[in-house]
Ligand binder design. Sequence first.
Ligand SMILES: *[C@@H]1O[C@H](CO)[C@@H](O)[C@H](O)[C@H]1NC(C)=O
Length: 642
Amino acid sequence: MSLGTKLLVIILLLLLGLIVHLAYFFTVIGVESSAVSERNSDDVENPRLGSIHSHLFWFVQITDIHISMYFDPGRATDLIRFCDEYLHVIQPDLVVASGDLTDGKFADHRGSGQYDQEWKRYHEVVSVCRKYTPTWLDLRGNHDSFDVPTVNNPNDFYRKYSVQGPEHPVSYSYTHQKPFGNYTFIAMDACLEPGPKRPFNFFGYLNSKQRQLVEQYREAARGSNMTFWLGHYPTSTILTEGGHPVRDVMSGGIAYLCGHLHTLGGVVSQMYTRHKTGTLELELGDWRDNRRFRVLAVDHDILSFTDAVLGTWPIILITNPKSATYVTAGLEATERTQHSTHIRFLIFTPGSVNNAEVYIDDINIGKGRHVEGSLYVTPWDPSKYTTGIHSLRIVVQDSLQNRQTVEQPFSLDGSRDRFPLMSRLILMVDWFDMGYCLFIFLVFVYVMVLFLLWRCNNVRVLYVPDSIPFLRPFLVFFNRWLYRTWLVARTRSLYFLLTGFILYIAIGPWFVGEMLTGHTGVVFVWGIYIGRDFLPGTLTYYYGIGHIVIFNVPVLMFLGYMMQYWKEQRNKHWLYRLRHIYIPFSVIVLLQAYLTKKDFPAAYGPKSLLSPVRLGSVLLTFLLYHLGKNNAIKLHDSSHRS
Ligand SMILES: *[C@@H]1O[C@H](CO)[C@@H](O)[C@H](O)[C@H]1NC(C)=O
């Protein structure tokens, strides 16, 4: 085996290690455990899911409202419209507003802080909404904690203007009491404290104190019929102190309702999954750009929900039988469906319902009959559908010329549909761990490759034989770049500068900045010090990966290319040199110069201009160019002399 092959093998092994590590999460994604605890069969039959409006309530969730001084006043006015039109018709028992109530971003999209006006506007809008639904469970998101040093600080406007804040500055628990049962809502606040300005305020962090608090709420809710968890951040973006899996913290919960990721820019419109613990995680698309909202119903202790967009009427929510996708056996009384006498569904419309047709497996089984309020029922015989997955479709026509169809799978034998891979991936991968591993991997490979090439006297022994026919172009390409990288690594000064710089990125401070107004902090890739407080690194690792990808790797490749050029002095035409040397050089330098000036200073003040990583990259590129060129010319001269 040649040394080059060994090198390739080592890198491939490392890559394999990374994949195996990450694959662990993918296996977790595949596992969906079934029954957690069986329910008492007495309450399975009694009360029966029939044609009476009982043992039923519903509520609404909205998230990521982002009321802003600078952008789209419609976020607030549409919310008022939503309350006037939708809450008025739906009449939910309560509304959950899961964070990012206000935007807190400056007009330049980079700076951030808390604005009195935005919070006053939120307060105003919510006052209108609470005329329809007084119980309003709001909680903080990362935007509500930009530039908030501590809870209770005058800058913590959530405490002053939100509904829950005055009484509950952080996490809280609310139990909704109905004649037929108790339903607990645990709001889990995972905002950073201190809360830096953006962008390094993106991941949630659950410290031990907060975790113990919500665990107390969880234990106190053991007697409740159901426990809902509310939060801003999906669990995949929450880091916990001591590494306690946050999904275990909320075990026993029927569902975790969150937001934060919006719709990932429209890429993933629905992010739902079921964790190993049985808890559903239901991320809701944002109000900010998409005007989404969610209606959830609990019918005889079975949870159903539907996500809709402002402007949609009528809204149809089937509560029995429940969708086969979201069944969480053991956590809800789904067995009741087998003994039910009626299909049950809610229709919300500002008009009246003209017609509702019910189909199972494309066969019409009758019309929906109005019971009371928004509840409609159709008699059915569940014993006809005991095995496999079936399809239930309801078509509703209202008096306002609106027509809606809902179709969902159901099963009575516990068969379940799978969630789409993308949505499982986003909600079940640990994004902190992913960033951390990838960053370490990149640094390690970079340092290793340079080290091995530095120690190698004759690059030819490293070449991978390029005799395999269909891989030939790739192998020739690999050898060519191996040679160029070798030229760089063999230049002592370049070797030490490049290795030193990437290690600096991993270890040393990136910049000093005003992380919060009046609070200077130091940012490392592994964490941020603000005064005596320390916030572990999260998004910083992604910034690290970004820097390696747009600077360390391109500059290494550029140096190799340039050194080969000066060493061989192939084409001396100035146009050639412009295209192959000066333009790539300028692109690398200008991109870093732009980031140096724009990125951190706009977010964390002028001090952060002096970033050893960003400004350092600009200066370093000139130095590297100079050293590389000199050495290449020396190599050229010596090869010509001999
Ligand atoms: C709620 O729990 C109580 C006690 O376990 C039970 O009697 C009651 O039937 C439950 N409510 C519903 C709607 O199932």
